[in-house]
Design a protein around this ligand. Structure first.
Ligand code: ATP
Length: 293
């Protein structure tokens, strides 16, 4: 029997790069939330081997696919529990999340495979064991396993639940250029990141328990300057979006996708239609989405 699942995208509502680590990675302080833009994943658990198909030309249909890697890692870990059973499933990914868009599509797919395999095998691993497993596949994988909006620290593996995030509609745009995460981090000019601002305003970034946490006015991305220098299309798209939407626009993750927040659905829809009208036929993709709704 084939089961269908939704694998959600994420956005970084704020992202501060706090320091460079000795292992070459960077420490972050970021507020992340899942949004209601998702890939559809169909899984057949009756198979004896791992196989994968995906309808997106830039996503590999082999062992390098993150979902495939997740399945292999899960079965390897199962071995340590004494499991000797079948080690296979077929995965079909119908991609809606832009690839290389800073929306965490690959990480989300990997997290979903770990989570559903764990459930299918009657939870041999706890959520924190699964998150540790996921970290080997990518820094954003633990967040997707965690499953709620969260402040992420370290490389993204230290997660603190944010339960009272104020919901918003978002207009999201994929400028049509895939940003390389490695290049964007390598290109950071630390003189321009807001390390000092982050230290000064840290208090602002911690949601107060019990109160609704409104992120408006606190959005920020330390990777934007680097991504815009590497990929001028991101900068141009951001400036055009700000004019057309009359809103502040921010980049998510290491790019390239950009978004603006709206309180009212109708205004978000109008903004979305304005961008579609302006960019019809161009390689940019526009989505109307939301979080916490
Ligand atoms: P990251 O910042 O982790 O690179 P991203 O959201 O910018 O995340 P993804 O959409 O996850 O980017 O894809 C990044 C790369 O991972 C692409 O080059 C893609 O070919 C590869 N990849 C491997 N498996 C997948 C998958 N299941 N879905 C999407 N991309 C995948």
């Amino acid at each position: 029997m084939i089961e269908t699942y939704h694998s959600c995208a994420k956005i970084n509502l704020f992202l501060y790069v706090t320091s460079k680590r000795e292992d070459g990675y960077h420490n972050l302080h970021s507020l992340m939330t899942q949004i209601d833009l998702y890939d559809e994943i169909n899984i057949d658990f009756t198979k004896d081997k791992i196989s994968i198909v995906c309808d997106h030309p830039d996503v590999p249909e082999n062992a390098s696919n993150l979902a495939h890697k997740a399945a292999r890692l899960f079965y390897r870990s199962m071995k340590t529990t004494g499991y000797e059973g079948k080690k296979g499933l077929s995965i079909e990914i119908k991609k809606k999340i832009p690839v290389g868009g800073g929306l965490g599509g690959g990480s989300s797919n990997a997290a979903l495979i770990l989570t559903v395999l764990n459930r299918y095998h009657k939870t041999p691993f706890s959520t924190s064991e699964l998150m540790k497993m996921g970290l080997d596949l990518g820094a954003d994988v633990p967040f997707f396993i965690f499953g709620t909006a969260a402040i992420a620290k370290g490389v993204g593996e230290q997660l603190e639940k944010v339960s009272n995030l104020k919901p918003y509609h978002i207009v999201l745009c994929d400028p049509g250029v895939a940003a390389s995460t490695a290049k964007v981090y390598k290109n950071i000019d630390f003189r321009l990141t807001s390390n000092q601002k982050y230290n000064k305003y840290t208090g602002l970034n911690v949601p107060i328990r019990g109160q609704e946490f409104d992120v408006k006015g606190q959005m920020h991305n330390d990777l934007e300057e680097s991504a815009c220098r590497l990929y001028p299309e991101i900068k141009e798209t951001k400036e055009e979006m700000e004019l057309l939407l009359q809103k502040k626009v921010f980049m998510t993750g290491s790019g390239s996708s950009l978004f603006a927040l709206f309180s009212a659905h109708d205004n978000a829809k109008m903004g979305c239609d304005r961008l579609i009208g302006k960019w019809a036929g161009r390689k940019k993709k526009i989505f109307l989405s939301s979080f916490n709704r």
